[in-house]
Design a protein around this ligand. Structure first.
Ligand code: PLP
Length: 441
C-alpha cells in the first residue's frame, strides 16, 4: 500500500523526528541486495546494512523461500511446554558458531529483549550458585544496550535515559574507551587499555563479590564505533574471573561475522560467560534475538531447580517463532554456502583504506574502523548532532543510506558488497561532506 497524503499522521515513528519526517518523508518501497529504492524510484546504496542487520543482502530469495515454506505448515507454536523443530535446529547451528564453552541458546525477538534476558539469566545463575546478594550491574559510558528498561538502565547514552528517570538502580558505569590518542585508527587502538582498571576500582569501591554482572559491547557500535584498546577486554575478563563476576558481551552488532570471525569474542580472543545477539541472525528479515550461555550457567540454573519445575521463569509469546527460526536457519545455511564471514574478512582491508581516504576532508574529526564497520565523525555544527542529522538526510537524497549517531556516520557494508559498492558509498559520502563544507561560514 502506498502513502497517500495525511495517512502518514497515525504512525508514531520510532527513533525518528516525526514532524520533520512527515514534512519530508523518506520511504523505502523496495529493497534488493545492496540497494534500496525510495518513493521516487531512486536507487540508494545501503551503507549501513539497514541497521547493521542485513549482511547477506536485502530480500535474499533463500530466506524468502524458507519463511514462505514454513508459513504454509505452521505459523505459530506456543513456547510454553511446546517446541518445534526449527528452534532446536537453529540453536544447534548458533552453538556451532559461538565459542566452544558457550552451547545453550535462548531465543527472544530483538536485541533489547536479548539484553534484558541476559541480565535475568545472570541473576538466575547468581541465585543458583548461592550468590543472590550480588546486586549491582556494571556497564559503560557511551554504551547502547537497547531500549527496554534493563538496557536503558545500563545504557551510557544521555538521550536514552534523561526522559526516563525510573530506571533500575545500582548501575555503575566505567568510562568509555575513546581516548582521542589514536585518531584515524583501523583496528584496535594502542592507547587506553588501562581504562579496564575502572572495573577494578568499582570492585574495590563496592566489593567485587557484590557485582551481579558486567556488560560491554566488544565494539560499541551505536555510539560511534568505539573499538576496544589493546589489552582492554583481556583485563576485563581477568578481573571478572578474579571476582567471580558474570561477563556479558552484547554482540548484537558485532556478532555473525561483522568483525570477520563468527563473533567479536573470537576476533579478540576473549570469551564471555553470556553473549547476546540479534540483527544478522535472520539477516534482519524477521525480528529475532538470542542469548547464548556457557555450559556451567545453563547447568547451574537447570540443576538447581526441583524436578518438574520450570527452571527459568522467563520467555516471550514469540520466543523462537517458527517464521523467525526458518529465516534464521536459512541464514545459517547462507553463512556457509556463500562464505559470508570469509567475504566480510576479505573486504575489510579494502573498506578500511577507502574509508580512511576521507581523512583529508576538513569536516572530518576522526575515523575509527574495524572489520566491516567504521565511524566517520564530523566536527559538530552549529550544535552537536545537527550536522549529522542533516548529512544523513542529504545522503539519502544523494543515493546513500548511512545511519548517523550524533555527528558520527556509521558505515557498515553488507558482506556481499564488492569493492565498487564501497567506492560508491565513499564517493557519495564525500559529495555530501563537500556540500556541507561549503555551507560553513
Ligand atoms: N544491543 C546493542 C549492542 C545494539 O547495538 C542494539 C541495537 O542497535 C541493541 C542492543 C538493541 O537491539 P534492538 O533494537 O533489536 O532491540
Amino acid at each position: 500500500m502506498h502513502y497517500q497524503g495525511n495517512s502518514l499522521e497515525q504512525h508514531w515513528m520510532p527513533f525518528t523526528a516525526n514532524r520533520a519526517f512527515k514534512a519530508e518523508p523518506r520511504l523505502i518501497r523496495r529493497a534488493e541486495g545492496t540497494y534500496l529504492f525510495n518513493q521516487n524510484g531512486d536507487r540508494i546504496i545501503d551503507g549501513s546494512s539497514g541497521l547493521f542487520c542485513s549482511p547477506a543482502g536485502h530480500c535474499h530469495p533463500k530466506i524468502i523461500e524458507a519463511v514462505h515454506e514454513q508459513m504454509k505448515v505452521n505459523t505459530y507454536t506456543a513456547p510454553f511446554g511446546l517446541g518445534h523443530d526449527g528452534s532446536f535446529a537453529l540453536a544447534a547451528e548458533v552453538a556451532k558458531l559461538t565459542p566452544e564453552a558457550i552451547n545453550h541458546v535462548f531465543f527472544v525477538n530483538s536485541g533489547s529483549e536479548a539484553v534484558d534476558t541476559a541480565l535475568k539469566i545472570a541473576m538466575a545463575y547468581n541465585n543458583a550458585r548461592g550468590q543472590a546478594y550480588r546486586n549491582r550491574f556494571v556497564s559503560r559510558e557511551r554504551a547502547y544496550h537497547g531500549v527496554n528498561i534493563g538496557g536503558v538502565s545500563l545504557s551510557g547514552m544521555v538521550k536514552n535515559r534523561e526522559t526516563f528517570p525510573l530506571v533500575m538502580p545500582n548501575v555503575v558505569l566505567m568510562r568509555h574507551t575513546w581516548t582521542g590518542e589514536d585518531l584515524f585508527c583501523a583496528g584496535q587502538p594502542d592507547n587506553g587499555g588501562e581504562l579496564a582498571e575502572d572495573l577494578q576500582r568499582i570492585c574495590d569501591t563496592y566489593g567485587g563479590g557484590q557485582i551481579a554482572a558486567v556488560i560491554v559491547e566488544p565494539v560499541a557500535g551505536s555510539t560511534g564505533v568505539l573499538v576496544p584498546p589493546k589489552g582492554y577486554l583481556e583485563r576485563i575478563r581477568e578481573i571478572c574471573d578474579a571476582q567471580g563476576i558474570v561477563l556479558i558481551f552484547d554482540e548484537v552488532i558485532t556478532g555473525f561475522g561483522r568483525m570477520g570471525e563468527n563473533f567479536a569474542a573470537q576476533t579478540f580472543g576473549v570469551t564471555p560467560d553470556i553473549m547476546t545477539m540479534a540483527k544478522a541472525l535472520t539477516n534482519g528479515s524477521i525480528p529475532m534475538g538470542a542469548v547464548a550461555v556457557k555450559d556451567e550457567i545453563y547447568d547451574a540454573v537447570i540443576d538447581s531447580s526441583p524436578d518438574g519445575a520450570i527452571e527459568f521463569f522467563h520467555g516471550y509469546t514469540y520466543s523462537g517463532h517458527p517464521a523467525a527460526c526458518a529465516a534464521g536457519n536459512a541464514m545459517m545455511g547462507l553463512i556457509a554456502e556463500e562464505g559470508l564471514f570469509e567475504r566480510s574478512k576479505a573486504l575489510a582491508p579494502y573498506f578500511h583504506e577507502a574509508v580512511m581516504s576521507l581523512k583529508d576532508h576538513p569536516l572530518v574529526r576522526d575515523i575509527r574502523a574495524i572489520g566491516l564497520i567504521a565511524g566517520v565523525e564530523v566536527h559538530p555544527y552549529p550544535a552537536p548532532g545537527a550536522r549529522g542529522t542533516a548529512m544523513q538526510r542529504d545522503m539519502f537524497w544523494g543515493g546513500l543510506h548511512v545511519k548517523f549517531t550524533g555527528d558520527v556516520g556509521i558505515l557498515a557494508p553488507q558482506f556481499i558488497a564488492e569493492p565498487e559498492h564501497v567506492d560508491e558509498m565513499i564517493g557519495k559520502f564525500r559529495t555530501v561532506l563537500d556540500a556541507h563544507d561549503k555551507a560553513v561560514p
